[in-house]
Design a protein around this ligand. Structure first.
Ligand SMILES: [Zn+2]
Length: 262
């Protein structure tokens, strides 16, 4: 009797993929950890000292509204031109680092290479950068993946970062508060206005989570802030669900969208 003919090929492929993953995980445990950016050997999980020193940590002075670093200190309370010309729906945004080569490698390792071991350190840097936001916050809400992309990547990197920040700050994370109500194109390669219309109305607060959002001060968590279109669309959805305030905390932000596209 040929039992193989009774097993669907897709199921066999899934089993094979599962075995491959298990093998890779067992190898990861056996091998010494590598720096996710340059693949040099490191003693602990995380970046080697050289790559760490290349990370562009963002510190004051920056725009109190958008968190965009200033080249010089214009004095307290002075906003960036962008915050005045095109104010977002969210109140304040903060980022741990500039989105440069090392930051991009970390984001991609977390997102596509199952490097969930990076989330605690990235979350720690975010918690430090967003301290004043977290002091005022009631809840953390991660930006959701599209369900198809969530399936292929199997977990939400924003959720992994939010969990780490929850541990650091004690501010409670509400998972799956936001849902994507329609599919969106990937934002990569789109212009600023295309990005905004691509995600407009794409998010909604889940009906069974509304009571946890209403009247609360929310910190929205994402990995990268580029044009701010996704964060803005999420903030609008949270405000429609009567959130008292929405701030945004990301791992990395694009500081000059012309020079550093995703
Ligand atoms: Zn390195």
């Amino acid at each position: 009797m040929d039992t193989a003919t009774t097993v669907a090929p897709s199921r066999l492929a899934r089993v094979a993929a599962g075995l491959r993953r298990a093998l890779r995980r067992s190898l990861d445990v056996a091998l010494p950890p590598l720096c996710p950016a340059c693949r040099d050997l490191v003693t602990d999980t995380g970046l080697c000292p050289t790559c760490w020193s290349k990370l562009g940590f963002i510190s004051a002075p920056y725009c109190p509204r958008l968190g965009i670093p200033f080249a010089y200190d214009p004095g307290p309370g002075i906003l960036s031109m962008q915050a005045i010309a095109d104010p977002p729906a969210y109140q304040r945004a903060r980022a741990a680092v500039r989105y440069d080569d090392v930051a991009r490698t970390l984001v991609h390792a977390l997102k596509y290479q199952d490097r969930t071991d990076l989330a605690p350190a990235m979350g720690r840097w975010m918690a430090r950068a967003g301290r004043e936001l977290l002091e005022d916050a009631d809840v953390l809400v991660p930006v959701p993946l599209h369900w198809r992309r969530g399936w292929s990547r199997r977990y939400n990197q924003s959720g992994a970062l939010a969990r780490s920040i929850e541990r650091q700050s004690g501010v409670k994370m509400i998972s799956e508060a936001l849902r994507r109500v329609r599919s969106t194109q990937q934002q990569i390669g789109l212009s600023r206005s295309q990005r905004a219309s691509n995600v407009q109305g794409a998010f909604k607060v889940a009906a069974d989570r509304q009571s946890e959002i209403q009247g609360r001060r929310v910190v929205l968590i994402d990995d990268v802030l580029t044009s701010g279109a996704t964060a803005d669309a999420c903030a609008r959805a949270l405000l429609r669900a009567k959130a008292a305030q929405v701030d945004v905390l990301v791992f990395a932000r694009v500081v000059d969208t012309h020079k550093a596209p995703i």
